[in-house]
Design a protein around this ligand. Sequence first.
Ligand SMILES: NC(=O)c1ccc[n+]([C@@H]2O[C@H](COP(=O)([O-])OP(=O)(O)OC[C@H]3O[C@@H](n4cnc5c(N)ncnc54)[C@H](O)[C@@H]3O)[C@@H](O)[C@H]2O)c1
Length: 335
Amino acid sequence: MTDHVVPLTTGTRAIVTGGHGFVGSHLVAALRRRGVAVTVLDVVPPPAGLPADVGHRPVDLRDPASVRAALVPADVVFHLAGNASGTISVDRPRFDFETNAEGTFNLFEALLDEPPRRVTYLSSAMVYGRPECTPMPEDHPLRPFLPYAASKLAGEHIAESMCESYGLPTVIGRAFTIYGPGEDPRRAGGEVSQFVRWHLNGRPIPAVGDADRKTRDFAHVHDLVHGLMTITERGTPGEVYNLGTGSETSLRELADIVGRVTGRPADLHCDDEVLDDSYRHVADIAKLRALGYRPRVPLAEGIADLARTLGEDPELPSNPAVFHRPPTLVETGRS
Ligand SMILES: NC(=O)c1ccc[n+]([C@@H]2O[C@H](COP(=O)([O-])OP(=O)(O)OC[C@H]3O[C@@H](n4cnc5c(N)ncnc54)[C@H](O)[C@@H]3O)[C@@H](O)[C@H]2O)c1
């Protein structure tokens, strides 16, 4: 395993695609704390307050020329940019495919000109589809049921084929349900952020599905970043690693924790008519643990911290989970 070690430390140069997004901004901060020199490639402009030592290169991953023009020499590339919303993928499947699948191809093709020592692709546990066992190991069947999951899986296959055919040393992380400060409420589909936002506004919490049967592996974004850095430094090229905690929490337990840490019982309203969902979506993290990783943020602590960060009346979530649309409502043309 030592042959594969790529240290994330002073003197290392990293590119983070999507570095201005929710996960990306936490990763950039963690890399800076290690002394890594970071350049962000993103379609949105740098946010106010971005530290002066963080580079920014504008890019639209959907445009191969823009990707080639944006690349700078790097030891490590973290590929996080893309559409992260299942609901957007159902509304705009072509946009989702062009961004996540073609965008990943454009990036990997451009990287062949000057290969880094490591490329880390952040995929999603949605690629598994409906769990056939719990927890799910990395060799669980892959049966995506959303366009988003299909485009993320296409990205994985592109990454794996570039690793096999050209020796581009790639590792893949499959993230489960991530939460923490900095999620955009208009795009955030994760239950933690949604539940906390409804509750802090004094509103009932709407939940989709059977709140006792539907369980998730909720990972704090700091743990996710720690996992990403672990597989980058010590993972084996060509391998896939689940990024989660291995802990199973039902939506009802989640609502109870939200009530407990805020000092006011949560009022959970379940729409259990919607049964077309993935139940018991939990990671087997034995492979990640074998690299020395341990989750550090207990769920109650992470939620208490999130509630403090959001304040009393945070913006409400505006993005309910959508799994199906009548075909007439789907945008299929080029965006
Ligand atoms: N948030 C989660 O719960 C979760 C779970 C599993 C996997 N992931 C994966 O993690 C990654 C980051 O997710 P996030 O939650 O931070 O999402 P986010 O929407 O906050 O960040 C995505 C970033 O990518 C950028 N981007 C989008 N399209 C682009 C394009 N065409 N060219 C260049 N940049 C573009 C955006 O501007 C944004 O900064 C995604 O690849 C997502 O699939 C997220």
